[in-house]
Design a protein around this ligand. Structure first.
Ligand code: AMP
Length: 190
């Protein structure tokens, strides 16, 4: 299986590039942000809990995220691979993912890290906020999300570097050009 972690700060294009990767490689999409927003819109207990973190720009606790991923992976059978979007966001989550995949005889094939500078991220997220309806796409929460990314999520890059799974991709410019760089990297490891 081709199991891809698409990684990068909020606004780096993970969702956009995931769609293109899915189209070309037929992978199953697991986006923890989408799963949490689904829970919120369906007024579940998990949704209410998650919303209290998301609206402040904080990470939802690891145990809730890991349980959610675990039950999602359990439901997948006979697939060419999975793309993990917005997960893992902490080293604890990365370690849990390794164990979960190992228990299915699988592993992460590659971590694609999208590099985009901070001002570009803020501009993109503010623009997205005009139409996304997302309560966390406002300047105050965007800045908080970026600082949470720096402090809690960037250590995940080193984790995959040590595992020799890290591929760095320039995440600015034309969407198709960025996808071309990603596809080049994926074709090498397939
Ligand atoms: P995203 O759609 O990936 O930008 O995620 C939106 C928000 O959902 C984040 O700012 C977090 O509050 C929460 N979230 C999404 N994925 C995770 C994760 N893997 N770990 C913790 N919180 C998450």
């Amino acid at each position: 299986m081709l199991n891809v972690v698409i990684f990068g700060p909020p606004g780096s294009g993970k969702g956009t590039q995931s769609e293109k990767i899915i189209e070309k490689y037929g992978l199953e999409h697991i986006s923890t942000g989408d799963l949490l927003r689904y829970e919120i819109s369906h007024h579940t207990h998990l949704g209410a809990l998650a919303k209290s973190y998301i609206d402040k720009g904080n990470l939802v606790p690891d145990d809730l995220i890991i349980d959610m991923i675990d039950s999602k992976i359990d439901k997948l059978h006979n697939i060419p691979g999975i793309i993990f979007d917005g997960f893992p966001r902490t080293v604890e989550q990365a370690e849990a993912l390794k164990e979960l995949l190992n228990s299915h005889g699988e592993e992460v094939s590659v971590m694609v890290n999208l590099n985009v500078d901070r001002q570009e991220l803020i501009d993109r997220l503010l623009k997205r906020g005009e139409t996304s309806g997302r309560t966390d796409d406002n300047l105050e929460t965007i800045e908080k999300r970026l600082s949470v990314y720096e402090s809690q999520t960037t250590p995940v890059i080193d984790y995959y570097k040590k595992e020799k799974k890290l591929v760095e991709i320039k995440g600015i410019g034309n969407i198709d050009d960025i996808f071309g760089r990603i596809a080049n990297a994926l074709d090498k490891i397939k």
